[in-house]
Design a protein around this ligand. Sequence first.
Ligand SMILES: Cc1cc2nc3c(=O)[nH]c(=O)nc-3n(C[C@H](O)[C@H](O)[C@H](O)COP(=O)(O)O)c2cc1C
Ligand SMILES: CC(C)CC(=O)C(=O)O
Length: 416
Amino acid sequence: MSRLPQQVPISIADLEHNAHTTLALNALDYYRSGANDMQTLKDNQDAYSRLRLRPRILRDVSKIDTTTTLLGHKVSSPICIAPTAMQRLANDAGEKATARAAANAKKCMILSSWSTTSAEDTIEAGREVPWDQSASGALPLFWFQLYVYKDRVVTEQLIRRVEKAGYKALVITVDTPFLGRRLADVRNVFKLPGHMSMANFENKDSKVTMATILDHNDEEGSSAASDNNDGLNHDKAGATKKVVRQESSLAAYVVSQIDPTLNWSDIAWVRSITKLPVVVKGVLTAEDAKLAADIGVEGILVSNHGGRQLDGVLATIDALPEVLEAVKGRGVEVYIDGGVRKGTDVLKALALGAKAAFLGRPILWGLAHDGEEGVTLALNLIQQEFELAMALAGCCKIEDINRDHVQHGTTARSRL
Ligand SMILES: Cc1cc2nc3c(=O)[nH]c(=O)nc-3n(C[C@H](O)[C@H](O)[C@H](O)COP(=O)(O)O)c2cc1C
Ligand SMILES: CC(C)CC(=O)C(=O)O
């Protein structure tokens, strides 16, 4: 793989570029890949470019306030952190670094079930940052992303732990009954370095086995299982052999642990055993949005898992309007993730009606760049872009952003 020179990062694209030069291939490919042809991965970003903004002028935009609420909690901005697994592959401080950056910025972070730092240690790291010094009243907010295990005792124990630790919502991922097919992970024979673990399940009594994904040859921390990417597996001596394993270790882990029978009654079950609000992550259609509202969920995260599950689905920003329309007036908050890379993307998502926009990979690129400082940089870059975009569109506060600020296609409206 060619190593490109580093860029002084002044955009998320720069941070991504730099991550390409620093991360081991095993980690880089795991982070950047989408499923199959990666059509949806690409479309998530392209779809934002297809939308056009309609700015208003002469509105006194000298002061911009981006504070908003998420399920009743005030945060500094609708820019939030999506759950991404195994963050220590990017930087040894992993989820702790992300939590500190989120807490400092008074933003919402969703922690993945499959974090390489436990739920307790992650939120504790966030608490090292003072939570109560914001003049605006905004506070950090931590939500927990839940994969529903076949073993409901494991699932319930995890819920109890995150309730106790102080997470304020459960975000149930509903688009992963099986793992999407990410070809690079198969080629690289993806493994988690042996000194890391899925930290929420490492207790000795846990029946959850990680054997399939741990690299027991790696105690030191090289996260590169293979530094080549030629479709062949490379053994330690450098010899090559034809790929014999057709499935990534992550896919095998999902098959062994995650419940593919998951259905709406399980969402109702989770709601019945917790007082935490429930958000379903992975809704893409009006039909499912209605069912989610009928079950009584508090939030819907319109997501295609960053193009990593079913390739060929709609870009999330294109799916958002039908979801919003379906739950209009039902009291459900609707969020979006996938392809959000610029302040103008956030503005477009909010103009179409999303309450917040979550970032996945950009946070990993920041983490790879410089740990906590890198995540802070990623958050600041997009926050500053968003504030500028709001000002240039004539919006001083979040409620000023509305449907008339965005349109599909390049044809001007003829007459109002
Ligand atoms: C490396 C990586 C790991 C992810 N891990 C999880 C996870 O553990 N749980 C989950 O619900 N979604 C996971 N996602 C999906 C993200 O939460 C989010 O939907 C997606 O990354 C948003 O797209 P973006 O990366 O274009 O911002 C992961 C995504 C990536 C890129
Ligand atoms: C360990 C993975 C299955 C986590 C995930 O959701 C992803 O990689 O997209």
